[in-house]
Design a protein around this ligand. Structure first.
Ligand code: MG
Length: 366
């Protein structure tokens, strides 16, 4: 199965409500969809959400990486030769992890299609269902309480609460949310790097003293401040999950070796795809550290790929794959079924995606 062409285009999916974090406010998911063609009928699908504030990848950067580096790296190559091809993707250029992830997942998709096996089974997985949390955007406490109540009515029993905008309000935000949901609702919070280390310890301990019962806190301090991350991990009762601090397997290893965090968040868009995500999962296993599988604000092609990875590795114990549930529409045919908190993988070959509607073509090669 030879790779004969690659196309990319843009799709825009409206959100149910604006998505607000300490880093940004957005009203729609803007994604780059990638299709990799072969000399057979098989087509591999990939997706890259340009998330400049986290990955540094803009839409233009994703398209430039595809056109000038990734397309030349895979065109004319044998899709069968998967590992060599995945390495060509990773070494085609530095950074640009979102564009690499889109091509990486399309290659896994093709390989699974060639051998008529779903990717999660190809990777040795035996579970095919996941339960995701739902994100509540950062807002005034009463708005967040209302949104959390609405999420519980939609069937979610685990909520990820965004905090960190005007940190003085964060304890009040969590108190309002906690009061608005059943006592057994799991609450995890994400500060998206907004706090200083001392501020983080003060806020987290304040939340625990109020009995707000947090499962974990995601990336309390700036990504580059590993000392600060470890400071919080050592002094807070709330388990600390490293998100923006972990892009590559090497980043994960550094955090694991220094015990700078209790948990690691794996996202395909940070690490460049399934190939590197598997390495991070293996490193975490070696250190006895559990992982979350997360996503950017992204559509179903990429979140579906992340779900396949998660189903293949038991070290992934926490699931934050709510991208499709935040969207008001789903242009993707095939792949996993997302229904409330439940994600049910398709047993179709590869990643199971059959098509994406409404894609505006941008570029092609081959
Ligand atoms: Mg996060």
């Amino acid at each position: 199965m030879k790779i004969t062409g690659i196309e990319w285009g843009r799709v825009s999916i409206p959100l149910r409500t604006p998505f607000k974090t300490a880093l940004r406010t957005v009203a729609s998911v803007e994604d780059i969809i990638v299709k990799v063609y072969t000399d057979t009928d098989a087509v591999g699908f990939g997706e890259a959400p340009p998330t400049g504030v986290i990955t540094g990848d803009t839409a233009e950067a994703v398209c430039g990486a595809l056109e000038h580096h990734l397309a030349p790296a895979i065109l004319g190559q044998e899709a069968d030769d998967l590992e060599r091809l995945l390495l060509r993707v990773q070494s085609a250029l530095v950074h640009n992890t979102s564009a690499k992830a889109a091509v990486d997942m399309a290659l896994w998709d093709l390989y699974g299609k060639k051998y008529a096996i779903p990717v999660y089974k190809l990777l040795g997985g035996s579970r095919s269902r996941l339960t995701t949390d739902l994100t509540v955007s950062v807002n005034a406490p009463e708005v967040m309480a209302r949104d959390a109540g609405e999420a519980v009515r939609r069937g979610f029993d685990c909520l990820k609460i965004k905090v960190g905008v005007d940190p003085a309000l964060d304890v009040a935000r969590l108190a309002a949310v906690r009061a608005a949901v059943p006592a057994d609702t799991v609450l995890r919070i994400d500060a998206n790097q907004a706090w200083t280390p001392k501020q983080a310890v003060r806020i987290l301990n304040g939340m625990q003293e109020k009995g707000l019962n947090l499962e974990l806190v995601e990336q309390p301090v700036p990504a580059a401040d590993l000392e600060g991350l470890r400071y919080v991990t050592e002094r807070s009762d709330v388990p600390v999950l490293a998100d923006e601090a972990v892009f590559s397997p090497a980043d994960a290893l550094r955090i694991l070796q220094t015990r700078a965090a209790d948990l690691i968040n794996i996202k395909l868009m940070k690490c460049g795809g399934i190939y590197n995500a598997l390495k991070i999962a293996t490193l975490a296993e070696l250190y006895g550290v559990e992982c979350m599988i997360g996503c950017m604000l992204e559509g179903k092609v990429a979140v579906n790929a992340a779900a396949h990875l998660a189903c293949a590795r038991s070290v992934v114990t926490k699931v934050d794959l709510d991208g499709p549930m935040l969207c008001a529409a789903d242009p993707v045919r095939g792949g996993a079924v997302f229904s409330g908190k439940d994600i049910a993988l398709s047993d179709a070959p590869g990643l199971g995606v059959e098509g994406v509607g409404g894609v505006q073509p941008i570029g092609a090669a081959g």
